[in-house]
Ligand binder design. Structure first.
Ligand code: GCB
Length: 605
């Protein structure tokens, strides 16, 4: 038998470990629950560049070394601490460009609970791969850096142990190593922050519980609502739905533990002008979920997008999720200030590129009245012929949909951005589109496609499959000829078109002539020309310029960029508005028929 003390010299068991206890979308808790115990705050943390911890089984906590008494190469409790959620790149200079494995360790005491209750650990997001160990037991592996995952840790907990007596030991391995077979793959135009960068918590749930639920307008009109619900158990069981001021009704699930009920009710409809949310309570057996839900209908009619039956023009902007101080681990105040910038520009729509942003953003957008395009990181080139890559992408999509499926603000699920049109990719994308449609018939499916620069059209076959065609075009920056843009946008694609990207780089504060690249004036000129063409096209139902603020990306290496993409309308500090910002603000004000808003606008106003 191999001496366990030296196994690390010969093996790299990460792949095997990652394949067991895999946490997929079906293990995710449904929305509408609060944690019984938050596990944010100080954790002990250490990088592990050679992955010695996995090779030498540190996580077993049971003398994975040759001899229990031999000196160990680690000491969790003695490691420096890091306050989570965090991107490690932003916490210490020495980790600023680190890509690889990191361990996080902490303890927690007893979780008082009722007989039979389960304890579920939820990790808001860990980029990119993660494995969780509780008291030496492997409870979850997860792949996908932008969506949450859950693990039932009840069986791994110590029976009754206060934290002062050592408590329960929670160890998480996270790796942001880029991989060719991952989603996204190894090459993107954004920074690959690593860390556990969204909240971690423990949730208490009864053994029979609501696994999934969705509330929407009924399928036939605005005088009913539809509740679809699935329990985690079979059987005819009572369910009670309360929608404050609207519904108080009881149902019984069918034998498979499901419910699909259409209930007479005429809710006030949610829209950007009237972001009305209703307090909802759903009880099933001992379980209770609570949420704020808005009701609205979004559909396509020929070349138009209709919101609540009326054509709507999407005055949008695209954004990454990033702040100078926190990387992708935005605080709620930072999220609010991003949304406030969009509001200040008179936006009613945002494209959250190129991966799921925090679930808090869609909750805020629900309240503030901003329609959202949410996207999964099927970005540029992936291993489209790899079935595991497809499973991973589909799982990330369902995790996002499960997380945000009751957010009125979300009107679009976007399945990809600028992928090469091959047969494998066509099959890949159609699988994702089917997944989205089957799960959620109440929203539109979109993708951002490339322009065919020989024919000045969108030749991508995916254009036929989606409900909304997103066109990313860079006339005025990567290529020229606004007359060609006009031709591109005059074509009939048989469906609504959103210009999902256009833009130009500008160094904030650099001024010059309108034909001088990198100046604010140049960027502003591109925006003026783009607006003239885009708004002149009857086919375009919205736009989301690239993008709200400058963002970090290691592939931008000219001395002006210094690892930043400078196409922001606002600089990286989010304080300096470039000239084009005001151009967008004023054009959107005209479109909305309102006065331009001033800076520092109250997003709730
Ligand atoms: C694109 C990509 C986006 C890039 C942008 C750019 O087409 O979708 O991720 O950052 O262009 O700035 O080149």
């Amino acid at each position: 038998m191999e001496n366990p003390g030296y196994s690390q010299l010969h093996s790299n068991p990460i792949d095997d470990l990652m394949k067991s206890h895999v946490a997929l979308a079906d293990s995710l808790l449904c929305p509408g629950r609060l944690p019984a115990l938050k596990l944010d705050g100080e954790w002990h943390a250490s990088p592990d560049i050679y992955d010695n911890g996995v090779r030498a089984h540190w996580y077993r906590e049971a003398g994975g070394e040759f001899d229990r008494n031999a000196p160990k190469d680690y000491e969790f409790e003695a490691w420096d601490t890091m306050a989570l959620p965090a991107c490690w790149n932003c916490r210490e200079e020495k980790y600023s460009l680190y890509e690889g494995s990191f361990w996080f360790f902490r303890t927690f005491g007893d979780v008082p609970r009722k007989e039979g209750e389960r304890v579920i650990l939820r990790v808001g997001a860990a980029n990119y791969a993660a494995m969780v160990f509780v008291n030496g037991i492997h409870v979850a592996s997860h792949e996908g850096g932008f969506t949450p995952f859950c693990a039932d840790i009840t069986a791994a907990l110590k029976p009754s142990i206060p934290e002062s007596d050592g408590g329960n030991r929670l160890l998480v391995w996270v790796s942001n190593a880029r991989r060719r077979d991952a989603v996204p793959a190894d090459f993107t135009d954004w920074f690959n922050y690593g860390g556990i960068y969204r909240s971690v918590g423990l949730y208490l749930v009864p053994p029979i519980r609501i696994d999934d639920w969705s509330l929407s307008l009924g399928p036939f009109g605005d005088d009913s609502v539809r509740l679809r619900l699935a329990l985690n158990a079979r059987g005819e069981r009572p369910v009670r739905l309360g929608i404050a001021g609207l519904v108080d009704a009881e149902f019984v699930t069918t034998a498979d533990g499901r419910l699909d009920a259409i209930i007479p009710a005429s809710p006030e409809l949610w829209s950007p002008d009237n972001p009305r949310l209703y307090q909802v309570e759903i009880r099933a057996e001992e379980d209770l979920v609570r949420d704020g839900v808005g009701f609205r209908r979004v559909e396509v009619d020929g070349g138009k997008v209709l919101l609540n039956g009326e054509p709507v023009f999407l005055r949008g902007v695209t954004a990454h999720e990033e702040s100078l101080e926190n990387g992708r681990a935005l605080t709620e105040a930072e999220m609010l200030s991003t949304l406030a910038l969009a509001k200040e520009m008179n936006c009613n729509f945002m494209r959250l590129a190129h991966y799921p942003h925090s679930g808090e953003v869609s909750r805020l957008a629900d309240r503030l009245g901003i329609m959202l395009w949410e996207e999964i990181p099927v970005y540029w080139s992936l291993e489209f012929d790899n079935p595991a890559t497809l499973d991973n992408a589909a799982n990330q999509l369902v995790e996002l949909m499960k997380r945000d499926g009751n957010r009125a603000s979300v009107i679009v699920w976007a399945v990809g951005n600028e992928n090469p049109d091959t047969d494998e990719r066509f099959h890949f994308m159609n699988t994702l589109i089917d997944t989205a449609r089957r799960r959620d018939p109440t929203r539109l499916v979109a993708a951002a496609c490339l322009v065919d620069l020989e024919k000045f059209t969108v030749s991508d076959r995916l254009a036929r499959e989606v409900d909304i065609l997103g066109i990313n075009e860079y006339f005025g920056w990567y290529y020229y000829g606004y007359d060609r843009l006009a031709g591109l946008l005059a074509r009939d694609y048989g469906k609504p078109v959103v210009v999902s990207e256009f833009g130009a780089e500008a160094v904030a504060g650099l001024h010059g002539a309108a034909d001088e690249q990198w100046t604010e004036e140049y960027q502003e000129e591109v925006y003026r020309n783009q607006f003239d063409v885009i708004l002149g096209s009857a086919k375009v139902v919205g736009l989301a310029p690239w993008l709200l603020y400058d963002f970090k990306t290691p592939r931008r290496l000219n001395p002006r960029q210094k690892m930043y993409n400078l196409k922001g309308l606002v600089d990286r500090t989010k304080d300096i508005r470039k000239k084009a910002f005001f151009c967008v603000r004023d054009r959107y004000a005209e479109l909305a028929g309102s006065q331009p808003r001033g800076p520092g606008v109250d997003p709730t106003g």
